[in-house]
Design a binder for this molecule. Structure first.
Ligand SMILES: [Zn+2]
Length: 569
């Protein structure tokens, strides 16, 4: 039977008080979550080995906008004096994607322009590259004559040419006609209406030395058909399911492929299709895997020729959501030596890095919630930023930093201790909260091993051992023992765990929005039990310093995951 009132936190209580929160929703959830925790512990997991040393290079190519991202991708893959640069509109995807395999064949990057303007980032990269010639993709309706004229200043003798047609289908055909001769082994056909299939297929086509031509779902455009007949490929690979390229188009293509063979590479959604294309096109042991979001095209428009410089595969992920199983399985098969993320943290955060590194075996999986006593890897006092303590990992019984000072040094209420290097940012945050009309105070800060023992024992007495495990930490396992961790509440208010959700109060809400700016991270956010192994604690903040706190926030990971990703634990 659940106790009538549920003890609060790891830390929940200052053991000096008998205050206890009454969290009814938590109480109602307790039994099922406890069952889950027991199940997880039962199937678990050997003791966590230290996260694998970072053997895999992870690169991220992102800029302030699509033009800057394209310039960054180019700058990291191509050296000055390139034979050509392909230039496409950044406003839509078909021309750049059709240009991908052609640019790859020419050893050329793709850069992006606006219809009537060459953006500064593009100009700067063109200046650096000094290309022999420049190829404009698309008609004057998408890249104006004035832009083409402007580009002349950046070529070194080969001139500026244009490959364009009346529409996206004709432009793709023109690009192919200018690049690929007849008698190809394979030609690829994708829908011209959405970008994911043509993008991933572009990497496959570049590897095969083949074009990607575009079609409407229910009819093969005349320009596409004429170009395919000229190419006379032995076989044709259709990218995507029947809603992207209908069976009628497939039947038509069978009459064009000289062997009569048309293969469809498709899955249930764009991610499954991407995995199917990759699996059919790239061998295991690729040098790199390029990763683009499947939610929007701008960051990936120029990926194909860049990936092709190293024979890399390309895949899609759903932004910052967990990487789908089909993609993780394909990544594991590919065993890339390098990950290249296309786009900034807003497009794809570190969830993607975490999931893919685990998938390929470069990072040990985050241990499932369990209760053990394993000494954490970094437990020196100088390791305070990377020390991972959780329900498994412990700092041991002798951990007691010697540089503690009273929290009154930071303009807060006295009677609690913190490490001296925390004081400046703690004071800045306290002052800012007060200035914002959201003043805070400390409910708990540093705890010694013996204090944590007493705290935990208290909660065992109140709610039983199993409940105490969920809401308090066994000695050695509390972040409070680091001397860099705090439970805050509203100035003059009750202990924070007495509120249903302290983050819904003015001071707690201010902290949730602003604490990271001063170097503090909420360790146990809402709905994260399976990842952090503690219930939601909107009052519990750990100091990491401003740069790392900003990194944790941008990463989209919980602190436990972020530390694990960086090799703590
Ligand atoms: Zn706490």
């Amino acid at each position: 039977m659940d106790p009538p009132s549920v003890p609060c936190r790891q830390n929940g209580t200052d053991h000096r008080t008998d205050q206890c929160c009454l969290k009814l929703p938590t109480a109602l959830l307790t039994r099922s979550l406890l069952a889950l925790a027991i199940a997880l512990a039962a199937i678990a997991v050997p003791s966590p080995s230290p996260a694998a040393a970072a053997g895999m290079t992870v690169q991220r190519f992102g800029g302030a906008d699509r033009f800057a991202t394209a310039a960054t991708v180019s700058a990291n893959h191509f050296t000055p004096g390139v034979p050509a640069v392909y230039v496409a509109t950044g406003a839509n995807f078909p021309d750049a994607l059709a240009g991908g395999p052609a640019a790859a064949r020419a050893g050329a990057p793709i850069l992006l322009v606006a219809r009537t303007e060459v953006p500064p980032a593009t100009r700067a990269e063109l200046t650096r590259l000094r290309p022999a010639r420049i190829v404009v993709l698309g008609g004057p309706g998408v890249v104006s004559g004035a832009v083409a004229s402007t580009l002349k200043a950046f070529q070194t003798g080969g001139g500026v040419s244009r490959l364009g047609g009346a529409d996206r289908y004709a432009t793709a055909a023109a690009v192919s006609r200018a690049t690929f001769g007849p008698g190809l082994a394979t030609a690829y056909v994708a829908t011209g209406l959405t970008f994911p299939d043509a993008l991933v297929g572009g990497a496959a086509a570049a590897r095969a030395g083949s074009p990607v031509l575009l079609t409407k779902p229910n009819g093969l455009p005349g320009s596409t058909e004429a170009e395919l007949k000229r190419l006379a490929p032995t076989r044709i690979v259709v990218l995507g399911g029947t809603s992207a390229v209908g069976d009628g188009v497939l039947a038509r293509l069978r009459t064009i492929a000289t062997s009569g063979t048309v293969t469809r590479l498709a899955g249930a959604d764009r991610y499954a299709t991407a995995a199917a294309i990759s699996a059919a096109s790239f061998p295991a042991g690729v040098p790199a895997l390029y990763v683009a979001t499947g939610l929007a095209f701008p960051d990936a428009l120029v990926a194909v020729p860049a990936a092709a410089t190293s024979g890399a595969a390309l895949t899609l992920v759903p932004g910052s959501a967990s990487v789908p199983r089909v993609i993780r399985t394909e990544a594991a098969r590919l065993r890339p030596g390098r990950l290249a993320l296309l786009g900034g943290m807003a497009a794809m955060n570190e969830r993607v890095t975490f999931d893919l590194r685990v998938a390929v075996g470069d990072l040990a999986p985050l241990p499932a919630c369990a209760y053990k006593d394993v000494l954490t890897r970094f437990r020196g006092y100088a390791d305070w930023q990377r020390t991972l303590v959780d329900t498994i990992l412990s700092v041991g019984s002798g951990y007691h930093p010697g540089d503690l000072v009273d929290t009154s040094k930071a303009g807060l209420n006295a009677g609690h201790a913190t490490r001296s290097h925390v004081v400046a940012d703690l004071k800045a945050m306290t002052d800012a909260a007060r200035a914002a009309g959201r003043p805070i105070q400390v409910s708990s800060a540093f705890r010694s091993y013996t204090t944590q023992q007493a705290t935990f024992d208290h909660w065992v007495a109140v709610g039983g051992y199993q409940q105490a495990l969920r809401t308090s930490a066994r000695p050695g396992h509390s972040e409070h023992q680091l001397g860099t961790t705090f439970d805050f509440t509203s100035l003059g208010g009750r202990p924070p765990w007495e509120y249903a959700d302290w983050a819904a109060l003015p001071a707690g809400g201010w902290m949730a929005a602003n604490a990271w700016k001063y170097g503090f991270v909420m360790s146990y956010p809402r709905n994260a039990f399976a990842r952090v192994c503690y219930e939601y604690e909107p009052w519990h903040y750990r100091y990491l310093g401003r740069p790392l706190a900003a990194e944790v926030r941008a990463s989209g990971l919980t602190l436990r995951e972020w530390l694990w990703l960086r090799g703590s634990g």
